[in-house]
Design a protein around this ligand. Structure first.
Ligand code: NDP
Ligand code: 8X3
Length: 253
């Protein structure tokens, strides 16, 4: 990273991709606001790097809390250059006709609404400064449907389209937008959360396969941010080599 010391604001930084992304930026000399609900995990991350990492307890579903957190950033963290909208989750894998509506609410509230609250809070400063970058964590689930992906995949399709529409709104401002869409990625809490803490079920997702790692995803995010100011990476879709495509199913009577 060259020029001025960048400031990154990373949501969902307590574990998984977000923690790896926060580490990647901090290791590169950036100031990092590391946001999530679990402050103990954020504090441990901050201890690794010292005062350049600011732990911020935040539930992105709380619209007023997001606005207050951004307004209340200490001066040295206030001019955010890169927002990494990573906080998100999948809950359940049931077919739509059996799914739990509370799970659907939580996914929409976090993956869609929380993400737009953070963008809306930080964009005015970026536009005023004539520079900035919003990097949203989408998923291949936005592009390839699968059984049980119902609302999760739909939230990630929202993330993709919101990212592209942001590009249209930010035309001429110098503010960049990227959507990063990983496939199967292990070593995070994603599947444990999806399966309500059932570790065996979560482990089975990664059995016998080399998935992406959080560091692989962090590298893509960091690479997009490190491009020259005139380059906008619109979308990055990455999968493990072991994950590819299958034919459409045909139901026969
Ligand atoms: P993890 O479960 O490991 O991490 C999710 C992070 O989001 C945690 O830090 C969690 O922190 C945070 N989070 C969840 N809800 C909230 C909330 N309401 N407010 C603030 N933070 C919240 O998952 P991953 O690292 O695997 O996933 C990160 C992102 O990448 C998600 O958006 C996910 O959908 C996406 N993704 C994941 C893939 C995978 O296979 N792992 C593939 C493609 C995309 P805390 O609980 O402390 O609040
Ligand atoms: C996470 C990848 O395929 O489990 O977004 O939906 S997948």
């Amino acid at each position: 990273m060259t020029g001025h010391q960048k400031t990154a604001f990373v949501t969902g930084a307590s574990t998984g991709f977000g923690a790896a992304i926060a580490r990647r930026f901090a290791a590169d000399g950036a100031r990092v606001v590391a946001a999530a609900r679990r402050i103990d995990k954020l504090a441990a991350l901050a201890e690794e790097f010292g005062p350049t990492v600011l732990p911020l307890q935040l539930d992105v579903r709380d619209r007023a809390a997001v606005a207050a957190a951004v307004d209340g950033l200490p001066a040295e963290f206030a001019d955010v250059d890169v927002l990494v909208n990573n906080a998100g989750l999948a809950k359940g894998l049931s077919p739509a006709q059996q799914a739990d509506l509370d799970d659907w609410d939580q996914m929409v509230d976090t993956n869609c609404k929380g993400l737009v609250y953070c963008a809306r809070a930080l964009l005015p400063g970026m536009v005023a400064r004539g520079r900035g970058h919003v990097i949203n964590l989408g998923s291949i689930a936005a592009n390839y449907p699968y059984p049980g992906g119902n609302v999760y995949g739909a939230t990630k399709a929202f993330v993709r389209q919101f990212s592209l529409n942001l590009r249209a709104d930010l035309h001429g401002t110098g503010v960049r937008v990227t959507c990063v869409e990983p496939g199967l990625a292990g070593g995070t809490e994603f599947s444990v959360v999806r399966f309500q803490g059932d570790q065996d079920k979560a482990d089975a997702v990664y059995s016998g396969v080399q998935p992406l790692t959080a560091d692989d995803v962090a590298e893509s995010v960091h690479w997009a941010a490190a491009q020259p100011a005139h380059v906008n990476i619109n979308i990055i879709e990455l999968t493990p080599v072991a994950q590819s495509f299958a034919p459409l199913r045909v139901h026969r009577d």
